[in-house]
Design a protein. Sequence first.
Length: 257
Amino acid sequence: MVATPSIRMTSPSESLSEYLRSERYEALIRVSQAIGAHRDPKDLFSAMATEMHRVVQFDGIVVAQYDEKSNEILWTACEVCSQQGPVSPPDVPADETITKWVYQHQEPLVIPSLDREERFPRMIAFLKEKGFQSVCALPLTTVHRRIGSIAVASKRGDAYCEEEVRFLSLVADQAALAIDDALNFEASQIAQTALQRKNDRLKLLLEVNNTIVSNLELRDLLRAISASIRSVMQCDGVGVALPDREGKHLQVYAFDF
């Protein structure tokens, strides 16, 4: 008698779970591709939120950076899905924010019921005022630095199970890498601008020095200096006025515009 191998039937709920899991990891790829295409943190956030919304239920999302030196929170983005445009979080000390807690502990913080949460009183009051019942906040961290947090909020209680948190942690890792790249790019641009300004000023000093050597007439000298200053300082006009012999009045010797 030949033994017949048993066949395990997959329940509809298991099939749905596998489908959702597959959809989520495809969404994670889309999130990675979408946020990798943006340098500006706010554009990056918008692209990320759009992709996340396809597979994660949330009614609000917040991205925040924490500056450890100044002990201040920078709210990169804060949106309530039912409202148009950004929302301003309350002005509270960093020590009273969920962001700093997540930054310090470097682990997700799930609040299944805001009604039962006793920490962060002013932040909780703000969230409840917007109609939220539960929150999941995750650290934004790379191997190079800690950045801040990303949090999603729901108008349903106990909205974020372990599987949801695992997926959101993967999204947070991708977001942290992209935000870190964007911040590095911004810092590089600032450094390049500062270097260009320094070079422009050195060029101005050289031009003024050459002008002094090659011009013996005072008016010609001041006109040349005014033109050089206007070019480097990128202003609309530069004038030079000197006191008269009595020292009572100023006389304009050069004006470049």
